[in-house]
Design a protein around this ligand. Structure first.
Ligand SMILES: Nc1nc2c(c(=O)[nH]1)N[C@H]1C(S)=C(S)[C@@H](COP(=O)(O)O)O[C@H]1N2
Ligand SMILES: [Mo]
Length: 342
């Protein structure tokens, strides 16, 4: 049995600091920069933050490949470097698809294109998923795991821009964001972009891990009797938006009143409607054109007397395929803020 066949030897030496769930985020009204800085980009680490020394780290690639590999960091960096600017949106709670945590950022990532790395190792054309392994382990809420594993459809990888990313906004990945290497799946919910990436396993089926098959799987479409048909993995991000200004609970001054924010979807956003009457009627905002996977800016200037008496603002995005955000009870439910016209 060769080294690369041994099941557990993909784990580097590491220390988990902290060794409990770690979250960081700035308030939505602070998302004023088009590119979120490394310090302001939200962080979600289910089990804590593994600290890995570069000398201890390898990327193991195995499974349905002709040439299994253990790549050192320098070897990986010999692949062509690509840059991708992309929104990242946290799917929210692993097992609750009815809440939007509105946790989003936008950064410029750089690294190798996984499509080229798979060509290099001679991935079997019959493969359908790549399982990505992070070595972080521990517990989160009421479940625990000895690794953080996700699976990505080979089709998405073949479309390009799925990165093995070592740079974030021009700097090496900060520990919280996955040093030394993370997977980055633009257009998919953040949960799929495995940090502290140490192993890629090429397979013809989905991974059986708890993080792929049980958590982050939502009930499928409803039948007439209200029961769900199967389940759907939390992959492509549906249309979503946050109102950056005014801030929630702000006293709103000025005429016209200016409302703006950020919007995104795997496919890109076509339209954002703004409602001042709890969704009874909508006014179209202006939406910047889509650039790759970057989030788009929307803005509406509206005469004060047209919204007299308003106490809330809701934004609703529609993607290029015509899908709109649900008003409530969804991972991408509409953002609603309370305001007072001052
Ligand atoms: N190994 C590992 N990768 C992970 C996670 C994790 O806990 N462990 N969290 C995921 C989730 S749910 C999200 S939303 C993104 C967050 O990436 P960020 O912290 O760089 O913003 O990382 C994903 N990748
Ligand atoms: Mo997440």
């Amino acid at each position: 049995m060769s080294d690369a066949d041994r099941e557990e030897d993909w784990r580097p030496a590491l220390e988990m600091t902290p060794d409990t769930t770690f979250r960081h985020r700035v308030p939505i009204h602070a998302l004023t920069d088009p590119v979120t800085s490394n310090a302001d980009h939200f962080v979600l680490a289910h089990f804590g933050v593994p600290r890995i020394a570069l000398a201890d780290w390898r990327l193991r690639i195995d499974g349905m490949v002709r040439r299994p590999l253990r790549l050192e960091f320098d070897g990986l960096k010999r692949f062509r470097r690509y840059e991708v600017e992309t929104f990242m949106k946290c799917a929210g709670f692993p097992d609750n698809p009815a809440i939007n945590t509105h946790n989003a950022s936008n950064a410029v990532w750089a690294g190798a294109d996984l499509r080229e790395v798979l060509e290099h190792v001679g991935a079997d054309p019959a493969a359908s998923f790549v399982w990505a392994y992070g070595p972080d382990h521990g517990s989160y809420a009421d479940w625990s795991a000895d690794a953080y594993i996700k699976d990505v459809p080979v089709e998405r990888i073949a479309a390009g821009d799925v990165l093995l990313a070592w740079d974030m906004n021009g700097e090496p990945l900060p520990a919280e964001h996955g040093f030394p290497l993370r997977l980055l799946v633009p257009g998919f919910y953040g949960t799929n972009s495995v940090k502290w990436l140490c192993r890629l396993h090429v397979a013809d089926r989905r991974s059986p891990a708890i993080t792929t098959t049980r958590l982050y799987n939502d009930p499928g479409p409803e039948r007439a009797d209200g029961t769900a048909v199967g389940s759907v993995p939390v992959w492509e991000a549906p249309p979503d938006a946050v109102i950056v200004a005014p801030a929630d609970r702000a006293v709103v001054t000025g005429d016209p009143v200016r409302i703006w924010g950020r919007t995104w979807a795997a496919r890109g956003i076509d339209r954002v409607g703004i409602s001042f009457d709890e969704g009874a009627s909508w006014v179209d905002a202006e939406v910047d054109p889509r650039r790759g996977y970057a989030w788009q800016r929307f803005e509406l200037r509206i005469a004060r007397d047209r919204i007299a008496g308003a106490t809330s603002i809701i934004a609703r995005a529609t993607d290029t395929a015509g899908a709109s955000q649900p008003l409530e009870r969804a991972r991408n439910a509409c953002h609603r803020i309370a305001i007072r016209l001052g």
